[in-house]
Design a protein around this ligand. Sequence first.
Ligand code: NOJ
Ligand code: CA
Length: 566
Amino acid sequence: MRDGAFSVMILLFAGLAVPSTAQKNPVDAEGHAWWQHAVFYEIYPRSFADSNNDGIGDIPGITSKLDYLRWLGVDAIWIAPMFPSPQVDWGYDVSDYYNVNPDYGTLKDMDELFAQGKQRNIRVLLDFVLTYTSDQNKWFQEAKSSRTNPKRDWFIWHDGKSATEPPNNWTSLFGGSAWKYDSATTQWYYHYFYPPQPNFNWRNPEVEKNLFDVTRWWYKRGVAGFRLDAVDVMFVDLQLRDNPVVGTEKNAFGDPVEREIYDKNQPELHGVLQRLRRVADEYSAVLIGETWTSDIDQLKRYYGEHNDEVNMPMDFMFTTVDKLSPADFRKQIDWIDGSGEWPVYVLSNHDIRRVYDRYGDGKHNDQIAKLMASLYLTLRGTAVMYYGEELGMENNDPKRSEDVKDSRGKLGWPKDKGRDGERTPMQWNQEANAGFSAVTPWLPVDDRYKTYNVASEKQDANSILNYYRQLLSMRHTNAALLEGKYVGLNEDDPNVLCYMRSYKGENVLVVLNMSGVARTVNLNLGAKRVTTKSAKTLLSSFGAPGKVDPGKIVVEPFGAWIGETE
Ligand code: NOJ
Ligand code: CA
């Protein structure tokens, strides 16, 4: 018997991981790979921890906090772009894919982070900005130098309708035309985002080769995967047809509202993702997708027909639920869970306002933070957390236009204040600047930091932080939470979201009261052929008794109760 086959048998007998045939990634008895049971944690590097006290978070700062992340129960971090960048879009304008922004550290610091992460079993993923680049990137500088430069076609250049009129009506997400005129070569280049972010022309095979090489280089260095930025706008219509304009209203930037059928979701992007996945598989790496979609079919496509595209396309439709509505959440869960794919849940990130603000009622915000944590961390699927959510950090939006750092907020003020509010410094302790830095940080720390910080919350058994920690620990050890199928319960209840995770006769029950009134819930388990008169409390946000009757569970306002059948 070959050695490989022998070790597979040993693993099978031990009921442990067996290597998948398709790739080097081992899978468990249910066919799940490591990332399916992992908790991911997004770090905005500029705001996480400042090791050299210049007011800016950095890579050694992240490394110094790995023990905290391990303590919390995080398995993998995704770091928003830390590459050299003119910072027009805070790193999402990469001027060199093979280096580190000096504000954040050096390649040596990255190596140290990978090594320290490995020691603690925390994988490190980077952000791959593949749809566009910075206008300061040498590739674009070359392309811009003349119409005949060999790299010209790496970008999307076109003649205008006239010298003053762009090639078509497409608008940039951040306002104005999506085309910028280059007077030296008298052509326009395309940028879906800010003008200094020219889009790549992915129809050019050289672009694919060069960008795929970027991923290889980082995989060899130790990254465990990438979060793929803005993949929906990788390709545009070859004929550059105008988008239809919807109505007469203008958006926050004063532009017409368009139906983006020609500058988004072009079918070719899936071919690129499949090939990019093949490269990732060679290194047992995992791809997370920034996959904004408007329906479940679109989202399904990102997984690939044969599960051969993005491993983890994030379900942003889930983040569009803007109120505590069991019916709305049920609908979203049913879509993704019923799709047959492995769901990837996110509640907030560096582009999406914090949970505390989106769902808080001003009176029960701590309870609501625990309620929402109980939701996305007990569903079937992988969860991607955002730094500070575990503390109950809230948005700290700029008060004056002159304080705004996000270009989107500068352009959209006052209608759109930008995203600074959800990017403020991590709150480590009660000291000055929340222990983030000895000097004034690049964005202001939230005033509430004296209560909401890691050190203080660690001491408080009822804190949001300790609640998160218990949830994460449960999700790593409870078989039903790891492997169980999702079963909706009481699906007509307008106030309380209830479901069960079932695996081999074990049932974890989740009861989430989304109303401001105490509720008594009958889970009607008989209807699901579960006959039990007693359930054991595993975790609750309001001090529930150790044992409850699943026919009569009392849940406090905005309370969360998690238990298991006995
Ligand atoms: C997606 C990123 O998440 C966002 O922060 C950025 O502004 C856009 N890409 C454009 O660069
Ligand atoms: Ca620093």
